[in-house]
Ligand binder design. Sequence first.
Ligand code: NAD
Length: 358
Amino acid sequence: MTLNFEHVTLGQRVLFGSGKAAEHLANEVRRLGADRVMVIASEFETAIADNVSTLISPVLRWDEVVMHVPVEVAQKARDTAAAHQIDLLVSVGGGSTTGLAKAIALTTGVPIIAVPTTYAGSEATNVWGMTEAARKTTGVDDRVLPVTVIYDAALTLSLPVELSVASGLNGMAHCVDSLWAPKTDPINAALAAEGIRALSQGLRAIKASPQGLAGREQALYGAYLSAVAFASAGSGMHHKICHVLGGTFNLPHAQTHAIMLPYVLAFNSPAAPEASDRIAAAFGTADPNDGLQTLRKILEAPRALADYGFTLDNIDEAVEVAVPQIPATNPRHVDRESLAAVLTAATTGEDPKILTDL
Ligand code: NAD
């Protein structure tokens, strides 16, 4: 990597502390001078949002949250926010909840405080996403970047281990993809490498001791780094594929990322020696693929797209939509044939090694 680059650091306040979310939120609401707060949390996140909101007085609570933010849901939430003259959005939940807050901020400019409860990382990016007629649209707009992120690992203790693993591997995918994404640079590469290390350590600890805070803290810290790296580097091959699988086939976000990651890594790593060395070093292994697969085995990570409803018959359509979106800067050229091979292996869950010599 030559030291010749342009890097933009996004401005955001990050408050990190287990058991401190309610206090941090009240201080931030005061600091921002907001008095008409809308708290967004899905019905499954309501108890967490109640706990976090004890020291503030929201004028509106919103619990209609749908993965990948359908435009109709976004419009309903925007209209309600406008009718209540909301001046601050507080999202408490996973990436879907943060995504709805972003959809409101996109058209209204109302600031967001994000309190994440998964490792998806949306809170640290200026990327928004919405779906309409089975197509997912994403965009970049600084209005959707939360002004403050409040991380409290205690809020993630209720996230089941399987979901924690999938979500943490979603974070790891941000890191790995950042190393060959169109705007990769030495700053986001350094953050990505530390993100892989922290997520690997954190997820092992969560698997071994789901109610331990130390692993949850490492995973949240890694998730933040992963998102900062991703927001800076942009979407690489991995994200472009997952975007199509989520938007067109409605596959679950975190699990899809967790499954695709070893296949994209096996495909790209032979042509990306610098990225491979960094990934291997972050895992503490000689080979990046061995590091990831060893971790996935320990974590009993999601294995095959077929387990989530994707079939071999879907591959032609997925290839059709995804191939034109793969960045030309990807370390290996991706054509219809190679992408079909990557997706076929991921659908059946066969050993990713077969992609290395494709
Ligand atoms: P999610 O937000 O849909 O959450 C998954 C499930 O976990 C939900 O049922 C949720 O209610 C539940 N949950 C969340 N936190 C919990 C907790 N602490 N305890 C118990 N249950 C909990 O899934 P996700 O993977 O966090 O987010 C996926 C969405 O985020 C996708 O739409 C994706 O596109 C988006 N995303 C966007 C960006 C971005 O930069 N814009 C980045 C990553 C993800």
